[in-house]
Ligand binder design. Structure first.
Ligand SMILES: NC(=O)c1ccc[n+]([C@@H]2O[C@H](COP(=O)([O-])OP(=O)(O)OC[C@H]3O[C@@H](n4cnc5c(N)ncnc54)[C@H](OP(=O)(O)O)[C@@H]3O)[C@@H](O)[C@H]2O)c1
Length: 273
């Protein structure tokens, strides 16, 4: 392996939602580049499965929505590996559908997992990140760049997370901490593929990426401190434009929905869903 691909040797990274999808890919990518990885998810079984073959991994079963559990994630990581260089807030939750069809508990859970927990965990990690000139990477979404109807609260949490990350970069950048976020469009994971019928058509109008694509962006952000990476690039620009020009968004929406519907039908056929 070349030196260029061993950017995190000896560093320790705490990753939430690390048993499946993006988080699992992020943990494997950091490990492959020399890092110790602390992997968090609620269920220990899938977590241990994901950590198989990783010789510098710590598995922690915890719910990030549980306020009392968060400090323990940092403490256990530092106790095991001696330091904490980076945190990746990846665990996410989406109760799909219009607001009035979600229960109050569903809405609160999305805010807790997608927004409150990443902010709180970043805060708890910060003394370590400042001491090590480390990094915090948040996993947002294109839904954090353009409001997505049928996903109003999810979208709101990702907008909030994006604002937090960009503001944090300004707060801590001069003190050597890299604060970044990754804003992907659709990713080929269970998060959307296990409930494809319930995912908004427009989501599939954007090119789908893999968990490994997102992991690459996370590691690049952790390394170079770029404030935001998005995928697909064009989709990210379109999302920004759609946010700034709601009239344009309204006109484009039927076209994007029709395109997304066609992709969704093809995926259903290909995957037998
Ligand atoms: N997939 C997409 O199309 C897409 C697009 C844009 C952004 N994103 C964002 O990308 C991130 C990762 O999504 P993914 O596609 O990798 O999802 P995924 O495949 O469903 O994996 C979710 C992971 O998070 C863990 N998790 C869920 N709730 C948790 C909680 N309360 N506490 C601790 N761990 C929890 C899950 O394990 P347990 O169930 O065992 O806890 C699992 O490890 C999310 O923030 C999501 O919003 C996804």
């Amino acid at each position: 392996m070349s030196t260029a691909s061993r950017r995190f040797v000896g560093q320790t990274v705490l990753i939430t939602g690390a048993s499946l999808g993006v988080g699992r890919a992020v943990a494997h990518a950091f490990h492959a580049e020399g890092a110790n990885v602390a992997m968090v998810a609620r269920r220990m079984g899938p977590l241990e499965e994901a950590a198989k073959g990783l010789d510098r991994a710590l598995c922690i079963a915890a719910d990030v929505a549980d306020r009392s559990a968060l400090a323990g994630l940092v403490e256990r990581t530092v106790a095991r590996f001696g330091a904490l260089d980076g945190v990746v807030n990846n665990a996410g939750l989406h109760h799909r559908g219009p607001v009035e069809r979600n229960t109050a508990d569903d809405l609160a859970a999305m805010v807790d997992v997608n927004l409150r927990a990443p902010i709180a965990l970043t805060r708890l990690a910060l003394p370590h990140l400042l001491a090590r000139r480390g990094f915090a990477v948040q996993i947002a979404s294109l839904a954090g760049k353009v409001p997505l109807d049928g996903a109003a609260t999810y979208s709101a949490t990702k907008f909030g997370l994006r604002a937090f990350s960009i503001a944090l970069a300004q707060e801590v950048g001069e003190r050597g901490v890299r604060a970044s976020l990754v804003s992907p469009g659709p990713i080929d994971t269970g998060f959307i593929m296990d409930e494809i019928d319930r995912v908004e058509d427009i989501v599939f109008s954007q090119t789908m990426c893999t968990a490994e694509d997102v992991a690459r962006m996370v590691l690049d952000c952790a390394h170079d401190g770029r404030v935001e990476r998005q995928f697909p690039e064009g989709g990210g620009r379109l999302a920004t434009l759609g946010y700034l020009l709601p009239g344009l968004r309204k006109r484009l929406k039927p076209l994007l929905e029709a395109r997304g519907r066609a992709v969704k039908d093809r995926l259903r056929r290909e995957r037998g869903r």
